[in-house]
Design a protein around this ligand. Structure first.
Ligand code: ARG
Length: 459
């Protein structure tokens, strides 16, 4: 098969090289962006008199037909035409004849691929943001239903202080809010149109870059042609934002995996979102969460790939940059898939509030409250802390909890204790009294939920 560049060459491309060099198997997904970009470019060429108006129209018609046929599944791409850009151009020329050969005037595949990737990434960022917002909605809805579901909060995975399921979930909602904002930042920064950069040093044709920018809905033009074709910062930014997002999903997955275990039994996944074992009849496994935790590695891997590909690349285009595609596409696919399955799995998950409360009532998670009680009676906090430490020690030996100590036990340790200590130790009080901004008190968590719901509505 004679290549486009056959004039310069005396031999045909080796078959192994042909396949190795080709990106059509994965960049075919850019067909729509490629054709949309070419339509804007051809229209501009016609308007500027760089090609005849009727030629531009013929090209645009041809491209529209190709787009339709691709969408109807009527087009087969060929490895011989290397990538999506050359496949489309080849098809165009086959269909409309020599006029098709005018499309690439004043353009290079370097700025063409830069444009296609930006169009694609812009579209996908919007999709991913929508999916994150959907998940955030599931989090706020479940939180509203569980404002008073007391559970232990942990440090070092040791029961530490009382909180509620709603408070816990709103921590994740805030992480996801930052994920959305990181993606918005990335979008805003990358919203620049690179076509017109040519191979690297722009072009001598009197092109109208701003017209193309407007046609394609970009906010600005790239301001330097070398940068326009060399920049993949936005891919790195996207992949870091996605890595952080996956880290959050993975942490929550890990929690759900623990909470599903018999050791915790705080939650139960819906049968539709769990799997069984091929040998152990009793098993119900949280495979979805485990896969999300596992797939996080792929997204981190994509970020490392991208950073490593770019490191040490001289300006401008180098073929190494073709490696951006599989990294970016793979990460986008993984993230979307994870969000699509996480949201309904989470929404259908049921809580075992009784077990959460039971866990909260063991482990002395009200010990801080007991010390605070003494402090409020005038005892310096450090002394109160020591007194309660002794009390806890006594309880552990006697297999008691703070609430089951008698008034006499309390009095033996400090004369500051009164009958009202039982109320102070009640887990409901412990939660309700933590009403500072950020705390788990139900009315405060309601404020947090309202704020996130407002954020979701306004994105
Ligand atoms: N398939 C190539 C890529 O994805 C398109 C750009 C090719 N440019 C070139 N000068 N070989 O990066």
């Amino acid at each position: 098969m004679a290549k486009l560049w056959a004039g310069r060459f005396q031999k045909e491309t080796d078959l192994v090289v042909n396949d190795f060099n080709s990106s059509i198997l994965f960049d075919c997904r850019l067909y729509k962006e490629d054709i949309t970009g070419s339509i804007a470019h051809a229209t501009m060429l016609g308007r500027q008199g760089i090609i005849e108006e009727h030629e531009a129209e013929k090209i645009v018609e041809g491209l529209k037909g190709i787009l339709k046929d691709i969408e109807d599944g009527k087009v087969e791409f060929s490895l011989d035409y290397e990538d999506i850009h050359m496949n489309v151009e080849q098809l165009l020329t086959e269909r409309i004849g020599d006029t098709g050969k005018r499309l690439h005037t004043g353009r290079s595949r370097n700025d063409q691929v830069a444009l296609d990737m930006r169009l694609y990434v812009k579209k996908e960022i919007k999709e991913i943001i929508k999916l994150i917002l959907g998940f955030m909605k599931a989090l706020t809805a479940k939180s509203r239903e569980n404002l008073d579901a007391v559970m232990p909060g942990y440090t070092h995975l040791q029961r530490a202080q009382p909180t509620t399921f709603a408070h816990y979930m709103m921590a994740y909602a805030n992480m996801l809010k930052r994920d959305v904002s990181r993606l918005q930042d990335c979008y805003e920064r990358m919203d620049e149109m690179p076509l017109g950069s040519g191979a690297l040093a722009s072009t001598t044709y009197p092109i109208d870059r701003d017209f193309v920018r407007e046609q394609l809905g970009f906010a600005r033009l790239t301001d330097n042609s070398l940068d326009g074709v060399s920049d993949r910062d936005y891919c790195v930014e996207l992949l870091s934002a996605l890595s952080i997002l996956m880290m959050h999903l993975s942490r929550l997955s890990e929690e759900i995996i623990s909470w599903c275990s018999w050791e915790f039994k705080f939650v139960e996944l819906d049968d539709a979102y769990s799997t069984g074992s091929s040998i152990m009849p009793q098993k119900k496994n949280p495979d979805v969460c485990e896969l999300i935790r596992g797939k996080t590695g792929r997204v981190y891997g994509a970020l490392t790939t991208m950073l490593t590909v770019l490191k040490g690349l001289p300006l401008a285009y180098n073929k190494d940059m073709q490696e951006d595609k599989e990294a970016v596409f793979g990460a986008i696919d993984t993230v979307k898939q994870c969000l699509e399955v996480f949201t309904p799995m989470f929404s259908t998950m049921t809580l075992r509030r009784d077990n959460m409360r039971k866990a909260a009532s063991r482990g002395f998670i009200n010990a801080t409250d007991c010390a605070d009680y003494l402090t409020k009676k005038g005892v310096p906090f450090r002394d109160a802390y020591k007194t309660v430490g002794r009390l806890v020690n006594q309880c552990i030996k006697a297999d008691e909890t703070l609430e089951t100590m008698t008034m006499r036990d309390f009095a033996a340790i400090s004369n500051k204790f009164g009958d009202d200590v039982y109320d102070a130790l009640d887990l409901r009080t412990c939660v309700a009294e933590r009403k500072v901004i950020g705390g788990p008190a139900p009315q405060e968590v309601t404020r947090q939920i309202d704020k996130i719901d407002k954020f979701i509505a306004e994105v």
